[in-house]
Design a protein around this ligand. Structure first.
Ligand SMILES: Cc1cc2nc3c(=O)[nH]c(=O)nc-3n(C[C@H](O)[C@H](O)[C@H](O)COP(=O)(O)OP(=O)(O)OC[C@H]3O[C@@H](n4cnc5c(N)ncnc54)[C@H](O)[C@@H]3O)c2cc1C
Length: 553
């Protein structure tokens, strides 16, 4: 199947356009293809998991829960998703070696003396997570992806982490109070990471070799609109050879930070006043020999720091105060000039804003791991995280310091379907570990939409003769106006207005109102053309209201 077919409106009914080819999009494309559908996977960039995608600029952790120890529900969801994730990707896509003590396979969580949640509570959560992991392994030994259950949690003593500073300077940004903090609890877990380059290689091979998927790079979606004469969408895209308009029956939108702006064009977006996109910057560094075999670690819970050992002599550093460079509300889309500039210009570790930010992140992380002070910065990474349907508004870095901020949970998974959005699913990968199960959920819903569309077509063929007969009785010439497109539009309106009443009476009522509007327009045009005075624009006969019915699509 070729792109030309999209231009000529010549694609099978079960064709899906997946927008965005990073983790959410790649998994969605594979899942759709597995169900036998035809898939066009596109990205504005040049490859699967592009360099600029959030999937390529994150910390790659298969979170086993402690990161969200302040919210047990999120912690357990993280654990279960990470197990499912690690089970489904090939084992060689995990970072590090098969050695159970590899630094990439044993994430460490250091609880600070000014943690937002007390160490005793975090200890309890750690034990609940261990119990849950043991249960899951007992239920299915294939769940044993993070080592032996008895080793899943190990409480550390101070001598286990000589590389961590004993005293760490800290400034509370809300009060500007300076203090010295320290680690009060160290927990090692079976938390592992993915190796993003290996995952990209695996997904690229799978996608390129799948007969149902066509991957088209360098195509940016500019606009989406519903088709007027059939069920489906018109997609305006910018390609290397110019603008094109494609017609597609269904869309899975995996464009992450751009999902909402595209959904709004279709009217498929319900206002969510606290929805924000947070912009994050991390620094990748070359590790000094003393830190090469140090475990991936996170200092928690609050505005602290994290160190992700990539296992190849490099590490990703995040220092929450500087890493959270800004945010914008999806509702308005407004961002400061500075943030807009930061988002559009690739960051360079040697010059300008990229050099400033990465140097600051390294200095702040060196407060925790002093040997980082001289680490050479190799890359500045920019990515996005999204917060949706949260009860309180996000106020930037200060939210990190608030115990009850929604930042300390991530329960929304990211698959959203607006009522009436037949064949259109928004799929935000709210965590890297959610992207696999989200792909299944998005395609599951789409399957239902395909069935609904099929039954719509069948209903059309059954109802049309009934409507024709009824129309003939009202006014014979009205029958000439009754096309499949008109009927389909009437059905579509019924679906979009969330009323699924498709009884012949209801359809007749809507059809009549469209036809009579047309007739009145024609009368108006004729009267103007022939210079006649228009007698009446009123409908000749009142339209009978549809009786109550139980018929449903
Ligand atoms: C600093 C940081 C650390 C993180 N750490 C972790 C972690 O340790 N563990 C974890 O589980 N999660 C983590 N995350 C979250 C994780 O990165 C995201 O949840 C995940 O990468 C989202 O994947 P995605 O495919 O949905 O989005 P993306 O990877 O951003 O993909 C979106 C794709 O859509 C394309 N696109 C956008 N607009 C258009 C358009 N108009 N037309 C065509 N293509 C378009 C883009 O080019 C891109 O390739 C982290 C995030 C950040 C920023």
């Amino acid at each position: 199947m070729r792109v030309r077919d999209l231009l000529n409106n010549n694609v099978p009914e079960n064709t899906v356009l997946v927008i965005g080819a990073a983790l959410s999009g790649a998994f969605s494309a594979l899942e759709a293809a597995r169900r036998g559908w035809r898939v066009f996977l596109i990205d504005k960039e040049d490859k699967i998991i592009p360099d600029s995608s959030s999937s390529n600029n994150e910390c790659y952790k298969l979170h086993t829960g402690l990161h969200y120890a302040g919210n047990l529900k999120t912690a357990l969801a993280c654990l279960e998703d990470s197990i499912a994730y690690a089970r489904q990707i090939p084992a060689e896509c995990l970072a590090g070696t098969n050695d159970p003590n590899d630094p990439c396979r044993r994430g460490r969580h250091f609880v600070m003396s000014n943690s937002l949640f007390p160490p005793e509570e975090i200890k309890k959560v750690a034990l609940i997570l261990q119990k849950r992991y043991s249960e899951l392994v007992a239920k299915d030994p294939k769940n044993k992806v993070f080592g032996e259950p008895e080793d899943f949690i190990k409480f550390l003593s101070e001598s286990d982490y000589p590389y961590v500073a004993k005293e760490i300077p800290f400034t509370d940004t809300s009060t500007l109070r300076k203090e010295q903090i320290k680690v009060v609890l160290g927990i090692e877990t079976g938390e592992s990471q993915i190796d993003i380059n290996k995952v990209r290689g695996y997904l690229t091979r799978e996608i390129n070799s799948h007969p149902n998927i066509s991957f088209v790079p360098n195509v940016q979606v500019l606009n989406l609109s519903p088709l007027s004469d059939q069920l489906g969408y018109a997609v305006t895209v910018a390609t290397p050879t110019g603008k094109q308009i494609w017609h597609v029956p269904a869309i899975v939108n995996c464009a992450w930070q751009n999902i909402e702006s595209l959904s709004k064009q279709l009217g498929f977006y319900t206002p969510d006043e606290n929805r924000v996109i947070r912009v994050k910057v991390c620094a990748q560094v070359e590790l000094p020999p003393s830190l090469r075999s140090v475990n991936t670690c996170i200092f928690s819970i609050g505005p602290f720091a994290s160190f992700t050992n990539l296992g190849n002599g490099q590490a990703v550093l995040a220092s929450e105060l500087t890493t959270n460079v800004g945010f914008y509300r999806v509702e308005s889309g407004n961002r400061s000039f500075e943030l807009a500039e930061l988002m559009k210009t690739p960051l360079n570790p040697q010059t300008g804003r990229g050099a400033q930010l990465s140097d600051k992140i390294r200095r702040e992380c060196a407060n925790y791991l002093p040997d980082l002070a001289e680490a050479k910065i190799s890359k500045v990474m920019l990515g996005y995280v999204k917060m949706t349907h949260v009860p309180t508004s996000y106020n930037g870095s200060s939210s990190l310091c608030q115990k009850h901020s929604p930042i300390h949970q991530r329960l929304e998974r990211g698959v959203e379907v607006e009522s009436g959005a037949l064949g259109y699913i928004a799929n935000s990968g709210n965590k890297m570990t959610y992207t696999l199960r989200n792909a299944e959920a998005a395609c599951h819903i789409l399957q239902h939409h395909f069935q609904l569309r099929e039954s719509l077509k069948q209903t059309l063929s059954v109802i049309k003769p009934v409507v024709v007969e009824k129309l003939k009785k009202i006014n014979k010439k009205y029958v000439n106006h009754l096309t499949d497109t008109l009927l389909l539009n009437v059905f579509k309106r019924a679906i979009l207005s969330n009323s699924s009443d498709s009884s012949p009476e209801a359809v007749l009522h809507d059809v009549l109102s469209v036809i009579e509007k047309k007739e009145r327009m024609l009368a108006l045009i004729r009267s103007r053309c022939y210079g006649k005075k228009l007698v009446s624009l009123a409908a000749p006969d009142p339209i009978p209201a549809p009786p109550q019915t139980t018929a449903r699509l």
